[in-house]
Design a binder for this molecule. Structure first.
Ligand SMILES: Cc1ncc(COP(=O)(O)O)c(C=O)c1O
Length: 673
């Protein structure tokens, strides 16, 4: 495959919902697609477009070793793995981890920092076994570690690291006696494990348990920073935050340990100011605060040697490179440099050694490595041009033509005039009046249909005219793109595959994975296959240079009808940056289950290879999750079919066919196949 284009192109405006067919490829190159979908910004160098218009994944940011996503999707289809499918790129995850390592190494060298750095992967961000195993292996190479935030996660992490007893394990979250006992015994086993005290009672439990087992524990203290974290999870800091010790509790903890001759066991100070910190300034002040607490506790004789700055390193989901909630206004390098610089400054002021820095940057580590390909099932179809002859015929059949119909015909005839705002006002008013009259029974259904067609055609023409001026839309026309955009129905569940889009309005970038050498001619929003009106995506990553949060429609290609007119050629979209949190938070709304997951690796020659395929839930499995017994359902169905055959309501062939559909349905994918 030829190297994809990754350079930023000059922008091209595509804002109309209908462009003429002959304009499809004219003045449009794949570089325009890069700009339209903002690929260079949120793609972070991991995506490009080949000259044939296919999206390519560059797991190592190397254009010479890229994977054609469209070709891969077809290859999977040939192997019976249909969309929606999650694709995980192991080499990309490795590359991302190495990038974080490199950023800190550079910052350490540049600042002549005396301590080291380790990234500790909190497995809650993505607990899938394959992901955790890969992170563990790469972590062993890079000197990173793992974090557990609950008892089940602790058991998983301990089992995962049996061959790596020195790998640092940080234990956060609520800890009961069993949790603490497991940690202390793991320490006795020889593990490099650090329970972090989040509430004072946990300290008492850790001290009591370690004394009982004769273990000298390594202990971390989580403090409540007063510097605001900002972003969606800003309640993670401040006096009312759920976890961490206040300043006075911190001093109580120091006294408690000193009184028992265990001051040297306090080896780490920890905080967490929230996930997805959008503004680098939040880190600057919180890290300075933590570093000063560190220096004070060191002065009080604690054995401290590590500072854990928690998570928060964010991902630019919308490509705006701003402090908006789905973006970040800093790079990994800037983050690393700021942390190292500030911790060094505080320690130098206090005349103490530079500690080892830990960060729990899970999101930034895994988000880029997972994407989903889904297929478009169809789209809403507004009539483009009203059939005036048909409307005249319908009018002739009326005793009296309703005034709003006449007003709309008048507006329609003026749709290309100078005063587009006035035309739109007239058309809107006529439509409102027509709807009221219809509700009162004064307008027939054919007249209502005529009104609909005339209104849509007028509005569409007004929008096209206003857009063609190249100026911003007047306020009164600003709602038109929303009103006129298409709805593309897509084979996936928002609730299962991108729950944060629904729960916290998280933007996930979306882009067609083919036809990118063809101008997109529609603007649309995406509806999923659940029966829930919230299952809709109407916020998208920015086009190049666009401010954050403004893109409410995606540029899409028209669906190409199959010969014969039934159905359309497959049209695939990619949803990106799904690696953090989405899979485990996803739910079974409408009983759409886990999608297929495929692990893709680069072979030595740069081609793709499937490393592992995890098939998605079958209908039988999801029914089992909600306590149905598929066998019982099958038997009941069979009995009813037999009765129907006996009574002549179905013939034998029909009965057999129905049972065949029922049984293969139970064994099938929960999505449309
Ligand atoms: C204690 C702790 N560490 C790390 C993380 C992961 O942070 P991020 O999502 O920024 O990677 C979290 C997540 O909220 C957390 O609570």
């Amino acid at each position: 495959m030829a190297p994809p284009h990754t350079r930023a192109p000059t922008g091209i405006r595509v804002t109309q919902t209908d462009l003429h067919q002959d304009a499809l490829t004219a003045n449009w190159t794949v570089r325009d697609a890069v700009s339209t979908y903002g690929l260079d910004a949120w793609g972070a160098g991991y995506l490009g477009i080949g000259p044939e218009g296919h999206l390519a994944v560059l797991p190592e940011q190397d254009p010479a070793r890229s994977i054609d996503l469209y070709e891969l999707t077809l290859g999977l289809r040939d192997r019976g793995i249909t969309t929606p499918v999650i694709l995980r790129f192991d080499d990309l995850l490795d590359h991302r981890m190495t990038q974080i390592r490199r950023a800190f190494d550079d910052a350490i060298t540049e600042n002549e920092y005396g301590g080291g750095y380790a990234c500790i992967y909190p497995i809650k961000v993505n607990q899938q076994r394959h992901v955790c195993e890969q992170i563990r292996d790469t972590a062993a190479r890079l000197g990173f570690g793992l974090e557990a935030g609950s008892k089940p996660e602790l058991l998983a992490v301990l089992g995962l690291t049996c061959e790596h007893p020195d790998m640092p394990i940080v234990c956060n979250g609520f800890k009961d006696a069993e949790y603490v006992e497991t940690v202390i015994l793991a320490r006795k086993l020889g593990r490099n494990i650090i329970p972090v005290v989040e509430r004072f009672e946990e300290l008492e439990l850790i001290v009591e348990t370690s004394q009982r087992y004769g273990v000298r524990p390594k202990i971390g203290l989580r403090i409540k920073p007063m510097s605001p974290g900002g972003g969606r999870w800003e309640s993670s800091t401040g006096p009312r935050s759920k976890f961490g010790l206040t300043a006075s509790q911190t001093l109580d903890a120091v006294r408690y340990l000193s009184d028992r001759g265990m001051g040297d066991c306090l080896c780490m100070l920890h905080f967490h100011i929230g996930s997805q910190i959008c503004d680098i300034r939040s880190f600057k002040s919180a890290v300075s605060e933590l570093a000063h607490v560190y220096a004070e506790l060191k002065r009080l004789g604690m054995g401290l040697e590590m500072i854990d700055v928690g998570g928060g390193l964010g991902v630019d989901y919308d490509g705006s490179r701003s402090a908006s909630e789905s973006s970040v206004n800093y790079t990994v390098q800037e983050y690393a440099s700021d942390l190292v610089y500030r911790i060094k400054a505080a320690c130098d002021d206090a005349g103490i050694e530079h500690p080892m820095i830990l960060s729990e940057s899970g999101r930034a580590m895994v988000a880029h490595s997972t994407m989903m390909v889904l297929d478009v099932l169809g789209r809403t179809d507004f009539p483009i041009d009203p059939d005036l002859d048909e409307i005249q015929e319908a009018m002739a059949a009326e005793d009296e033509v309703p005034q709003p119909v006449l007003d709309l015909i008048d507006a329609y005839e003026r749709r290309e005039s100078e005063n587009l705002v006035e035309v739109y006002h007239d058309a809107s008013q006529a439509r409102v009046e027509a709807i009221s009259l219809f509700a009162l029974g004064y307008i027939s259904l054919p007249m209502r249909a005529a009104i609909e067609r005339l209104f849509w055609a007028t509005a569409r023409s007004v929008l096209a005219g206003a857009t063609a001026t190249g100026r911003a839309l007047p306020d009164d026309l600003a709602g038109l793109p929303d009103l006129l955009s298409d709805i593309y129905f897509c084979n996936f569940s928002v609730f299962q595959s991108m729950p944060d889009a629904w729960a916290v309005d998280q933007i996930f970038p979306i882009c067609p994975i083919h036809r990118l050498n063809e101008r997109p001619t529609r603007l649309g929003v995406l509806a999923d296959v659940t029966c829930d009106s919230d299952g809709l995506i109407d916020r998208f990553a920015c086009r190049e240079g666009q401010p954050a949060g403004q893109k409410r429609h995606l540029e899409l290609h028209d669906l190409t009808p199959l010969p014969g007119g039934v159905g359309h050629e497959p049209y695939y979209l990619g949803v990106f940056l799904l690696g953090a949190y989405q899979e485990v938070l996803g739910d079974l709304h409408n009983l759409f289950g886990d999608t297929h997951v495929v692990h893709v690796v680069l072979d030595e020659d740069g081609s793709w290879m499937l490393d592992e395929i995890v098939e998605g839930d079958t209908v039988k499995e999801v029914l089992g999750y909600v306590q149905f017994e598929p066998e019982k359902l099958r038997r009941s169905m069979r009995r009813e079919v037999e009765r129907a055959v006996k009574r002549g309501r179905l013939n034998v062939g029909e009965g057999t066919a129905l049972m065949r559909f029922y049984e293969s349905g139970l064994d099938g994918y929960t999505y449309l196949e």
